[in-house]
Ligand binder design. Sequence first.
Ligand code: ANZ
Ligand code: ZN
Length: 786
Amino acid sequence: MDQYDHKKLEEKWQKIWEEKQLYKTDDNSSNPKFYALVEFPYPSGDGLHVGHPRPYIGMDIIARKKRLEGFNVLYPIGWDAFGLPTENYAIKTGISPAEVTKNNTDNFRRQIKLLGTSFDWSREINTTDPKYYKWTQWIFLQLYKHGLGYKAKAIINWCPKDKTGLANEEVINGKCERCGTAVEKREKEQWILAITKYAERLDKDLDTVDYSPQIKLQQKNWIGRSEGAEIKFNIEGEEASIIVFTSRPETIYGATYLVLSPEHFFVEEFLKRETIENKDKVNSYLQKSKATTEIERTSLSKEKTGVELKGIKAINPATKERIPVFVADYVLPHYGTGAIMAVPAHDERDGQFAKKYTLPTKEVIDGSKLINSENFSGHSIQEVKEELVDLVGGKMKTTYKLRDWIFSRQRYWGEPIPIIHCAKCGTVPVPEKDLPVELPEVENYHPTDSGESPLAVISEWVNITCPKCGGEAKRETDTMPNWAGSSWYFLRYIDPENTNALADPEKLKKWMPVDWYNGGMEHTTLHLLYSRFWNKFLFDIGVSPVNEPYQKRTSHGFILAPDGEKMSKSRGNVINPDDVVNTFGADTFRLYEMFMGPFDQAVKWSTDGILGPRRFVEKIWKQFEKVNTKTTDKETKSLLEKTIKKVGEDIESMHFNTAVSTLMILGNQFDKVSEINQLDFERFLIILAPFCPHLSEELWEKCGHSTSIFAEKWPAHNPQLITEEESNIVIQINGKMRGLVKMSADSEQEAVFLAAKGLPEMAKWLGKTEPKKIIYVPGRLLNIVI
Ligand code: ANZ
Ligand code: ZN
C-alpha cells in the first residue's frame, strides 16, 4: 500500500467535491431541512489564524453528520466586511477599502477551503457588496417608516484620535478599544434605533428557544428587566415633586432620604433658584462627576460621594416624614427615573452612603415580613406590596436596562444611511427604487476635522434634488455601524441572488429558523440581541416567517497562542493554519482542533499536541491492509458498536474532544487484531468521515466504492453487542438478601427484576404473588417488597 500522502489525497478529494458540487444545497429536496450557521468572519489583512477554524470545523462535523442522517443541510458562509481595520488601512495606504476587502476575502476563502470544510460556496455573501447592502438599507427604511429609526442628540463615547463615536463595548477601561486613546464624551445628533420597544419580547421569548443557560442569562442581564414601582415624593411647600423607581416598594417606610443623579432635570431647576446655601458646592460636584465613567459610578467598591441640596426637603409619602435630598453619581441618569428613594438598611450602596454622611437607617424588613411599617407590619412582602404602592399613589412598573441603539458612525466604510434632508420637506427617505445608495469613491478616507464622515465633503454626492419636492436637498452622510450587516445575514443565505426581495418568502419559510447557530462568547450579547431584534421586526412586517431567528445557540472557546495569550500579529504569536495543514494535513488539523480540549472552553495551541492525531491518521491508513471478509472478533466488534453510539452522541452535544478520544481507542484496538471485517471497517469510516473527510473518502474508495462516503447513511449501533462492565446486583426480599444476579451495571429495573425471577431460589417468594413495591438502586441493589 502507498505511503500516506496527505497533500496528494486532500487535493484530490477537494477537487472531486468541488466538481461534483457535493455540498451545494438543493432548495427542492424533500428531505427534512437542517440549517447550520456559524458567525461569518471579518476578513482582516492578517489572514486566518488557527483560532478561526475551530467553530467552522465543529459545525462542519455536525453538518456532515446531519447529511449522513438524511437531512437536507444548509451550511453557508460569507464575509462581514465593513469595519474599522480595513478603513484604517485605507487611510494609511490610500488603497480603497473595497480593493483591500477583495484581497482579504480571496485569502480567507482559499484558507477555509484548505481545511476541507463543507460550506455551500455558491451562497457566499459579502456585506460590503452593494447587492447585499441594498437590503440592509431597505431594512433601515422599513424601521424608519415604522417609527423605529429616529434622529436625536445623544451623548456618545468619542475617540479623539479615530474621530469616531464608539459603542460602550468598544471602550475598555475608559480607552478606545482600537487605539488606546482616552475616550471623551460628546453630544452629537445620531440615528438611533428603538430596540427598547422590543425589550419585553426580547426577554420573554428567550423561553421559546434552546440557548445554553449561560447565553440566556447574558441576554437577560443585558436587557435587564426589573419589576417595581414608580412613586412620587413631594417637595415640602412646593408644587415640585420627584418620581423615583424602586424594585423594593415594600421598603418605603425605611426610605430616609432621596438621591438624584447629577443629570436629573430637578438639579438644574434647583440651581436656578435665587437663594441656595451651597450652590458652589453642588456645582463643583456636578463638574467632578462628569469626568467619572459609568462603570466607576456603579461600582460597589468605589467610595460613594454626593452633596445635599440644602434648603429643601422631600416628604416620604408613607411616613409623612421630612427627608433630605441629595445629588450623587451612584444614581444613573438613564435607568428608571434617574432618582431613587434610599433605603440604607436594605440597600448596600445606600448603606455605604448613609454611613459616610451619617444619615438615619431604619430596618423595615425581617426575613420576608415587614416591620416598623405601621399597619403593614407583620404582613408578608407579597401580601402587601401592591396595596402599599396604591396607598402612596404610586404605580407598578416594569423597567429595562436596555437602551436604544445608537446607529450612526461618522465614517466612510459602512452602509450609507438612505436618508435625504430637504429644507422644505424635512427628513425624506430615499425611494426604494433608488436603492442601493452606493458608497462613492473618495480621495481621502479620513473623517473631516469637525468629525463628519468623509462623504460630507463630496459635494456631487451630497447635493441632490429632493425626491418629494424636487428642490435642493442633501444626503445623510452618516454610515451604519458594523453591526448592521450581521443583523440579518442568515436570511440572505437562503436566497443570496434575489434582486426583488431580501429573499423569496417561500424559501424563507422552508429554511427558517436556523436550527443551530454556533459563535463566539463575545457575540452572545450584542450581535445576538441586535439580530433577534431585526428578525422580530421583519417578522412583524411579514418578511421573516419566524419570531425567533435561531432555534439553538451555542458558543465555543478561543484558541490561545502557545504562550497562553490571545493570538495577534502585534504580539507575534500567531499560528497560521496554512503551515500546519501543509506539514500535517487538513484531516490531522481538524482532529487536533477538536481533540485539544472541551469545545466551549479556551485552550492553548501546542504544536507537539498535534503529533498524536497525526499518528492516529497514519495508523488508520495502514489498518486498511487488515481489512478482509473474515469475522471481526467479539471484543473489537463490541467496542465498535460502543464507539458508534458514543461518537454520535458526542457530536450532538459538541463533546468533540471525547468523540475523538473514543475513535482513538478503537484505532488502538484495531492495532491489536490481525483482521477487521470490511463491513465493520466501513461503518467505522462513516463515523470518522465528519472529522477526517479526505482520509475516509480515500479508504472508502479503496474498499471498492465509486460513490462518495457522504452519500451513505450514518450507521446504527447494535445495543445487543455492547458488552458493558458487569456487576453483581444484590436481590433482597423485604430487605433481606436472598440472591445475586450478574448483569450490566446500567441495566434497567425491569431487566433486573426479570433476572431475579429467573433465579431458582426466588421461586418460593416470587412464584405466585405480585410484589407490592420494588426499590432499585441502579447497578447495585433490587429490594422486592411482597
Ligand atoms: C429602594 C430599594 C431598597 C432599592 C432596597 C433596592 C433595594 P434593579 O433591581 O437592578 O432594577 N435604582 C433605581 N434607579 C436607579 C438609578 N437610576 N441608578 C442607580 N440605582 C437605581 O435595581 C433597582 C433598584 O436600584 C431600585 O430599587 C433603586 O433602589 C435602585 F432594599 O429602591 B431600590
Ligand atoms: Zn423636499
